[in-house]
Design a protein around this ligand. Sequence first.
Ligand SMILES: C[S@@+](CC[C@H](N)C(=O)[O-])C[C@H]1O[C@@H](n2cnc3c(N)ncnc32)[C@H](O)[C@@H]1O
Length: 258
Amino acid sequence: MKWDPEKYSQFSTQRDRPFFDLVARIGAGDPAWVTDLGCGTGALTAVLAGRWPDAAVTGLDSSEDMVREARGMAGVPGNLTFARRSIQDWDPEPGPGVLVSNAALQWVPGHEELLERWAKQLDPGSWIAVQVPGNFGGLSHVLMRELAQTPRWEPALAGVLRGEDSVSDPERYLELLLGAGLEPDVWETSYQQVLTGEDPVLNWVRGTALRPVMDALPAADYAAFEAEYGQLLRRAYPAKAWGTVFPFRRIFMVAQKA
Ligand SMILES: C[S@@+](CC[C@H](N)C(=O)[O-])C[C@H]1O[C@@H](n2cnc3c(N)ncnc32)[C@H](O)[C@@H]1O
């Protein structure tokens, strides 16, 4: 799937906040390695490299555009490298390390099995820190899926958008990590985001959830889909004097292998 680093970075204040809330709970002192799975533009991976300057820090992403952006970032710390690689192909390194994945595993069907596998493979002293959006039942997603299922769009978009099964419940992640012998801390937060500008929710999803639709439709059809969807979003998320409130639920898990 094609990603647009510039579009994705547009709401970096709101998009980055969960990353900082996530990594604040990691207690690793001196890991040998740190891997950021689905690292995107790499800006947040650089934060990890700054926190653990003696660790070999790697950002992995399957998007050519994202990896190019990450490699071109100014002032990349010496302990940080980026590679184009899919999350499914990754295995933990030997020694105590930290696996971080922020807002990426929802794109990977079956990521629960991967988490279980990694939990078993990790060496003692390692940490897992993952955040996934828990808003697939939110209006922005529901309206997109409903529109995709209307007679005009169904033939081109059948099977393109994933539903609420894109992520699991916090309880499932908790049990999975406990079952793998880790000491997990799992929680969820609903951020009451106030976005500004014209059509801010549409602009937000252009950077993420709409990308499979962009990939699936020719440009003119995509523009027509977006125009219909934009109208629905304006009704669902009305602009007020202070901006547009776009609530966003996120699920967090941080676990240590003792
Ligand atoms: C929403 S962005 C998050 C980027 C970054 N972690 C951040 O928080 O800024 C999701 C990223 O996951 C990457 N991604 C999605 N599926 C992937 C896969 N199977 N393997 C590797 N990267 C993947 C995308 O290319 C994209 O850069």
